[in-house]
Design a protein around this ligand. Sequence first.
Ligand SMILES: NC(=O)c1ccc[n+]([C@@H]2O[C@H](COP(=O)([O-])OP(=O)(O)OC[C@H]3O[C@@H](n4cnc5c(N)ncnc54)[C@H](OP(=O)(O)O)[C@@H]3O)[C@@H](O)[C@H]2O)c1
Length: 258
Amino acid sequence: MTTSIPRSDAKGDASLRLGAVALVTGASSGIGAETAKALAASGCRVICAGRTRAKLDDVAASIEGKGMAFELDVDDRGSVASLFERLPPDWRDIDVLVNNAGHDRGGRRRFDEGSIEEWEKIIETNVIGLIRVTRVVIPQMIARDRGHIVNIGSISGYKPYAGGTLYAGSKFAVHGFSESLRLDYRNTGIRVTEILPGMVRTGFASARWDDTSRAKKFYDDFGTCLAPEDVARSVVFAVQQPGHVVISQLVVVPSSQT
Ligand SMILES: NC(=O)c1ccc[n+]([C@@H]2O[C@H](COP(=O)([O-])OP(=O)(O)OC[C@H]3O[C@@H](n4cnc5c(N)ncnc54)[C@H](OP(=O)(O)O)[C@@H]3O)[C@@H](O)[C@H]2O)c1
């Protein structure tokens, strides 16, 4: 049975309100942490969600009074399913969902050189986890006819590279999911944006290899990278648009990358 969705008159009611609640997954570091801070600076209260409690506490503390650390493992079905019952009532009207949690653990290798367990985990977090959180959050957005879902994709979602079968594959999936999701909710108060960053200097490469010096060399050799704050600014730009404007995709690359 298809649920009927109230239609928005798109008079600007989807634009960001002061005190709106945002949920950012993977908020413990990198792009997620900076996005949480930038959304708070633009007036949101932010649920800083992720797996590493101590880091989430630090991020939430840095956005004093507007942040809440929240344990959420997007790989864990139970953790995501219990999201609303674990949130305090005054944090449940989520206006902005930033699906940011992601990794490339074991990646940048030829396909046959990676284990199936590692490859499965990339899909589990980057694709299934993102879908899982969206599926849990969207019903209350539908009920209120307002909400903005921002998916952090990647330029790898349209430009594959050797050694990227699973990571690029996962981001192609995020791209297709985001495009279809936007169409599902067209003419409603729900907007969908995909941000597609190029190279960003974060903990991402270090998590990939579990090796900080290799990660440092990787970024140094690359040249100019984006900072996570650059991507965070793009998220804020997208969510601050008036209700009739949808930033559908935003490709953000450093000047060294075209
Ligand atoms: N860095 C880049 O060049 C780049 C470029 C394009 C797109 N992106 C995308 O940007 C997003 C953020 O990456 P980043 O560069 O900021 O890397 P990062 O610093 O390594 O941050 C990744 C975040 O995801 C979290 N995470 C991983 N698995 C999770 C899970 N199962 N449940 C909840 N949180 C989980 C990590 O937290 P814990 O591990 O502490 O739990 C961490 O907070 C990813 O989706 C990535 O694909 C990155």
